[in-house]
Design a protein around this ligand. Structure first.
Ligand SMILES: Nc1ncnc2c1ncn2[C@@H]1O[C@H](COP(=O)(O)OP(=O)(O)O)[C@@H](O)[C@H]1O
Ligand SMILES: O=C(O)C1=C[C@@H](OP(=O)(O)O)[C@@H](O)[C@H](O)C1
Ligand SMILES: [Mg+2]
Length: 180
């Protein structure tokens, strides 16, 4: 069985960066739902939120994830909110295998605090906003098939290795099995 591996988890967990490295290591296409949405709209995620609002973005996100999961096996880095929707979780679990890149608040904050690309963190106290997201979302991310802990000292490459190890332990999905 070969399935697309969908990386899920909070903003800053490394889904995009680790996903790219993982795809290169495994020789499969790299897909990023935010990247696809930005390409189709010819606009950044922040601009999409500003102009059309979050519900519009979430509809595009579901459409894009459904389409990307129809392609050949790949690494799919989702946006941090994607796995919160029951419909998205069902799609991902049916056609792929979900991997939660689990990171603690300090690590996430260190990774996102200097960036202005995440519209949901544009608040008076973005660290507290991030903390509230972590609290609310973790029970949903915990529904992922596989959990991989992000550690501050692990490079992007080392994290990709760790994910490969977890996929192997999970039954070789994507990593070793041949097409049947
Ligand atoms: N293991 C890592 N080591 C160092 N920097 C990382 C690591 N993973 C991600 N980063 C950096 O942290 C930031 C957020 O990573 P990103 O992949 O965009 O996260 P996500 O897609 O989950 O929001 C980026 O600047 C990225 O280069
Ligand atoms: O957590 C979220 O709701 C979001 C995360 C972002 O993706 P990353 O997790 O790749 O930063 C992006 O989809 C959008 O800003 C919303
Ligand atoms: Mg990303």
């Amino acid at each position: 069985m070969k399935k697309t591996v969908a990386l899920v988890g909070m903003m800053g967990a490394g889904k995009t960066a680790v996903g790219k490295a993982l795809a290169a290591r495994l020789g499969v296409p790299f897909l990023d739902s935010d990247g696809e949405i930005e390409k189709a709209a010819a606009m950044s995620i922040a601009e999409i939120f500003e102009r059309y609002g979050e519900p519009f973005f979430r509809r595009r996100e579901t459409e894009v994830i459904a389409r990307l999961l129809e392609d050949e096996r790949a690494i799919l880095s989702t946006g941090g909110g994607a796995f919160l929707s029951e419909a998205n979780r069902a799609l991902i679990s049916e056609r792929g295998v979900s991997v939660w890149l689990k990171a603690d608040l300090d690590l996430l904050w260190n990774r996102v605090k200097h960036k202005s690309t995440r519209p949901l963190l544009r608040s008076d106290d973005p660290r507290a906003t991030l903390a509230a997201f972590v609290e609310a979302r973790e029970p949903l991310y915990a529904q992922a098939a596989i959990v991989v802990e992000a550690e501050p000292r692990l490079s992007v490459e080392a994290m990709a290795e760790k994910v490969i190890g977890a996929l192997r332990a999970h039954g070789g999905i994507l990593v070793e099995e041949e097409e049947t």
